[in-house]
Design a protein around this ligand. Structure first.
Ligand SMILES: Cc1cc2nc3c(=O)[nH]c(=O)nc-3n(C[C@H](O)[C@H](O)[C@H](O)COP(=O)(O)O)c2cc1C
Length: 373
């Protein structure tokens, strides 16, 4: 997920489920020509198996980008042929390639011949209701050398609306000889199991369900492998994960971008926690690490009393506030000419901060931070 599955978020998931397969945010093949060292392709030394996802529509440019991805350590190169956002599809990228199967196949052939790692493709059911060509499209990509595909059970026209149609994903699975991953509307381990059994797919890809909920992945793995339905973590452990996420972003992207990006993640993590709304409102305005810690510690106290707050604070006692809030060496925001391929609010309304804060109703815990950071 662009704007979400950066190295920090992937690191959190990887710690909980070391063997799961992850992919980076999508990276523009074109922009790699100007900026081959893109931080969007930063991978941690131990984060395998990992795919770098590329988008673009020029076979040569995509091949060059794939070579860079392989050099950066990708275990596989994934090609995005599913992004529905006009900014992307207007340039013939993303889901627009579903209208040009010959070009899509050429891209796969070109990338395939440039790298030795497996090449996979992510696409949708088709362009719109009357052009659901995912089966022929998948067959063509398989013929061109794709090693696996992921199918999101919506058309480009649907974007993220309606319900994903898993039956057509099953159709793609039955038609292809390569592994097929089903995607769309998997929000729980039980959903994942239903997706696997109803489509016959080889795996499940999850996106929105992980927002503020990275433990969904290990819970799915555990359910599929052992049939055991693990409880999600308790509120305090959720808050500990939230703070690690925010502090990680601040460390990796710098204070300004890190806190900015953390705001929406904090909204996801705290949604559903009883009496969390006022804290969530404050979290939408954070400007420094200490403030995140303070607000989450207060929420831990609200939810689980002194024991909860103490447990929360123990988790951050080694954090060095003075030396970790460096300005960052750059950031991934805006790289590739876009911030996110989707309007997050329309895609997943929970990302929208509560708008219940009255003007002047919030007194920041750290006035100095608000003035100087
Ligand atoms: C914020 C956001 C960013 C996304 N970015 C990407 C992306 O970079 N590459 C991609 O293949 N899909 C991207 N998607 C689509 C998801 O991978 C997935 O196909 C879609 O959300 C349906 O799956 P879900 O129901 O599990 O969320 C994005 C979705 C969201 C909500």
């Amino acid at each position: 997920m662009a704007g979400v599955t950066d190295i920090v978020f992937r690191g959190l998931i990887r710690k909980m489920d070391p063997g799961c397969m992850l992919a980076t945010e999508m990276v523009s093949s074109r922009s790699l020509q100007q900026k081959p060292e893109s931080r969007l392709m930063d991978l941690a030394p131990d984060e395998n198996p990992i795919g770098i996802q590329l988008f673009g529509h020029e076979p040569e440019v995509m091949a060059e980008a794939a070579v860079l991805a392989q050099q950066r350590g990708a275990d596989f190169v994934d090609i995005n042929m599913g992004c529905p956002v006009p900014k992307i599809t207007n340039g013939k990228d993303g889901a627009a390639l579903m209208r040009e199967p010959a070009l899509a196949a050429e891209i796969v052939r070109s990338v395939r011949s440039a790298v030795s790692v497996p090449v996979t493709v992510k696409f949708r059911l088709g362009w719109d209701e009357s052009h659901k060509n995912c089966i022929e499209f998948g067959e063509r990509l398989e013929e061109a050398g794709a090693c696996a595909v992921t199918v999101h059970g919506r058309t480009r026209q649907q974007r993220y609306a309606g319900v994903a149609d898993w039956s057509l994903i099953g159709g793609v699975k039955r038609a292809l000889g390569i592994p097929v991953f089903g995607n769309g509307d998997v929000f729980s381990p039980e959903d994942a199991e239903r997706m696997l059994s109803s489509t016959g797919c080889d795996g499940v890809a999850v996106a929105r369900g992980t927002l503020g909920n990275p433990w969904l992945i290990p819970r799915i793995t555990s359910y599929i492998e052992t049939g055991r339905l693990d409880d999600p973590p308790d509120v305090v452990d959720k808050l500990i994960c939230a703070v690690q996420h925010a502090l990680g972003l601040i460390k990796y992207k710098g204070v300004r971008v890190g806190t900015n990006e953390s705001r929406r993640h904090m909204t996801h993590y705290t949604k559903g926690i009883p009496r969390s709304a006022p804290y969530r409102n404050r979290l939408t305005q954070i400007v420094c690490a200490r403030e995140v810690v303070d607000i989450l510690a207060e929420l831990a106290y609200e939810a689980a009393g002194k024991e909860g707050r103490d447990r929360f604070l123990t988790s951050v006692e080694d954090y060095d506030f003075e030396n970790s809030e460096h300005p960052g060496e750059g950031n991934s925001q805006g790289e590739g000419g876009f911030e996110s391929p989707v309007d997050r609010v329309s895609v997943f309304p929970v990302a929208k901060p509560d708008n219940t804060v009255q003007e002047g109703g919030y007194a920041p815990t750290h006035d100095s931070c608000h003035q100087s950071c």
